[in-house]
Design a protein around this ligand. Structure first.
Ligand code: ADP
Ligand code: MG
Length: 363
């Protein structure tokens, strides 16, 4: 008696279609080709004579935002980037060509399409140039900003010198005011250039930062001493609540520069009679230093941006006070180079808390 198959047994699989016979060597070749494609950061796409996708690697799917199963489908169905279609058409006409594609609000792609010889196929290679373009834009902005910042004091110097030469020099009472303006603007230029040099040194890595144990209370005292006179003249109180036992790992000169910039801002932007305090505490291997003021504070939409170069909440006010707009970007650069972080929080009921962290020095 022949055995009765169980009722819920799966149906027997259909016989396998005849496979094209591949040798082991061919199979190995194919596997390696796939592995290389999969490991590439560049997206690779192959289109046949009817613009159907015949090959695609994961990077192409990701960069171009292709649907899950693009193979066998027409390019027009899987991508809505007009510039990509245009590029493919140009390649089909016989010439290799390149173009930049806007793939969504935050992504710029560079694509190259090449007609494959002896067929109607076209290969497309794409790479992500978002970061490159972002950096280029920052650099252009920076150059434009620097030129503008330099031009302002230079125009003032020239105008004052001209006025003096045109006769104001003969009037001693008048001349003094013009010469003072000359001096103020020359000082502004020199502050700007010294900040720019600092930034370029930090960024080029030629500013070698040490990582030594630093006694924080002492470093804070030194900077506060330097500022005491200016603060007293404005009726401001400076105080420190930094435990003597707190040591951070960092560079003495850089820490001094960070504290000077933060305290300079705190005294500058806090009105007469205000209170400024430096606090520090240790948390999970990190020392957190805070400069707290009860000045005007910084609205949330400006908080992240004040660390950018030349960003000021109030251009006129910052310039009038001799600011370069670079102080906080120097602070951020230095602290990050030392392995720390920076940030701002609102103080209660008014004012700002600027904080930086540094690694704690092992005892
Ligand atoms: N303690 C503070 N209180 C209020 N605003 C501040 C304070 N510190 C910095 N700011 C704002 O951040 C901007 C950037 O500061 P900074 O980079 O030091 O440049 P600068 O002081 O030369 O203008 C300032 O122009 C100011 O608008
Ligand atoms: Mg400043």
């Amino acid at each position: 008696m022949s055995p009765v198959p169980a009722r819920d047994a799966p149906p027997a699989p259909p016989p396998a279609p005849p496979q094209p016979s591949t040798t082991a060597a061919q199979e190995e070749e194919r596997r390696r080709f796939q592995a290389v494609l999969a490991s590439m950061a560049e997206g690779v796409l192959l289109l046949d004579g009817e613009r159907r996708v015949t090959l695609v690697n994961p990077a192409a799917s990701r960069l171009l935002g292709l649907p899950a199963q693009p193979l066998g489908r027409r390019l027009l169905e899987v991508s809505r980037l007009p510039a990509l279609h245009e590029l493919v058409e140009r390649a089909r006409a016989g010439e290799a060509c390149e173009a930049e594609l806007d793939a969504g609000p935050q992504r710029r792609l560079r694509a190259r399409a090449t007609p494959l010889e002896g067929s109607h196929e076209v290969s497309v290679v794409v790479h992500d140039v978002t970061e490159l373009r972002r950096l280029e834009a920052i650099r252009k902005d920076f150059v434009a900003n620097v030129s503008h910042e330099l031009r302002t004091p230079i125009s003032v110097i020239r105008a004052n010198a001209e006025t003096l030469l045109e006769g104001a020099l003969e009037d001693a009472g008048l001349a003094r005011g013009f010469v003072e303006a000359l001096l103020r603007n020359a000082e502004r230029l020199s502050a700007l250039i010294s900040d720019l040099l600092d930034i370029s040194r930090i960024e080029s890595g030629s500013h070698k930062l040490e990582r030594r144990p630093l006694a924080l209370a002492q470093a804070v005292r030194q900077v506060l001493d330097n500022m005491a006179q200016a603060a007293a003249a404005r009726g401001q109180t400076l105080s420190s609540q930094v435990p003597e036992a707190l040591w951070a790992l960092g560079d003495e000169k850089a820490l001094g520069q960070v504290l000077t910039n933060l305290l300079d801002n705190a005294t500058k932007y806090t009105p007469d009679g205000g209170h400024i305090q430096v606090r520090a505490a240790c948390q999970a291997g990190q020392v957190r230093l805070e400069v707290v003021d009860d000045g005007p504070g910084i609205e949330p939409q400006h908080r992240a941006r004040v660390f950018e170069r030349f960003y000021r909440v109030d251009q006129g006010r910052s310039r009038a006070m001799g600011g370069t707009g670079l102080g906080l970007s120097i602070v951020k650069n230095l602290i990050e180079a030392l392995g720390g972080q920076v940030g701002i929080e609102p103080n209660q009921p008014a004012g700002s808390i600027f904080w930086v962290t540094l690694p704690e020095a092992p005892p």
